[in-house]
Design a binder for this molecule. Structure first.
Ligand code: GS8
Length: 219
């Protein structure tokens, strides 16, 4: 059987594509990376639009099945390649898988909402578009992120990971944006001020699959 394929840029940062690659690495799946040259607009080409109708990366292919949306792709990968050792969705327990879903939703609708504008303003605009950071947007979203992280701090003072005392897709899903955004001093300060969040982040960073993926990312 042919390896599954991830369509993502080789040189540009795509935090959504990194989410998918982390899932593949965690389960030890064989996969092929297919470069999408965003600099020439390849993500808007008919061939790529057939894979991702929103003209975004990543896209994913497993034989005749073509998927987009990184969290959905991640779920598919984790179901397809799960083993008795690795099941990051905890599908055999109704309660545990529900908690994985809860914290995945929190990541997508609370954490992501606050951290994306910070990452975009403080990293993407100056670095990739030569523009100027809108400090007001950064400030507003740092306040939002602080409130989200207060909820996380309370949760992580009760359980080692977000969904419970087990590492799951909910934790993994936070990694890509945090990896880049924690280099922004004000974001780092939010993590430093919350000891359980800080310890949680350190435990994610020390995972072998994460270290491997991080080593291949732009600084
Ligand atoms: C977001 C994809 C996305 O924003 C997912 O897959 O999780 N909800 C989707 N992709 C960005 C790159 S950041 O990963 C992208 O393709 N931007 C180019 C564009 O929108 O034209």
């Amino acid at each position: 059987m042919a390896p599954v394929k991830v369509f993502a840029p080789n040189t540009r940062i795509s935090t959504a594509a990194i989410r998918v690659v982390l899932c593949l690495e965690e389960v030890g799946a064989e996969y092929e990376r297919v470069n999408v040259d965003m600099a020439t607009g390849e993500h808007k080409s008919p061939a790529h639009l057939a894979r991702n109708p929103f003209g975004q990366v990543p896209a994913f292919q497993d034989e005749d099945l073509v998927l987009f949306e990184s969290r959905a792709i991640g779920r598919y990968v984790l179901r397809k390649f799960k083993s008795s050792d690795v099941d990051l969705l905890h599908g055999s327990s109704l309660e545990e898988s529900a908690m994985v879903d809860v914290w995945l939703e929190a990541e997508a609708h609370q954490y992501d909402k606050a951290i994306v504008p910070i990452f975009y303003q403080a990293v993407v605009i100056p670095r990739f578009y030569g523009g100027t950071t809108d400090e007001k947007v950064v400030e507003e979203n740092l306040e939002k992120l602080g409130k989200v992280l207060d909820v996380y701090e309370a949760r992580l003072s009760q359980t080692k990971y977000l969904a419970g005392d087990f590492f799951s897709f909910a934790d993994l899903s936070h990694y890509p944006l945090t990896h880049f955004s924690i280099k922004i001093p004000q974001v780092a300060a939010l993590f430093e001020a919350r000891p359980h969040v800080k310890a949680w982040w350190e435990s994610l960073e020390s995972r072998p699959a994460f270290k491997k993926v991080a080593a291949g990312l732009p600084q």
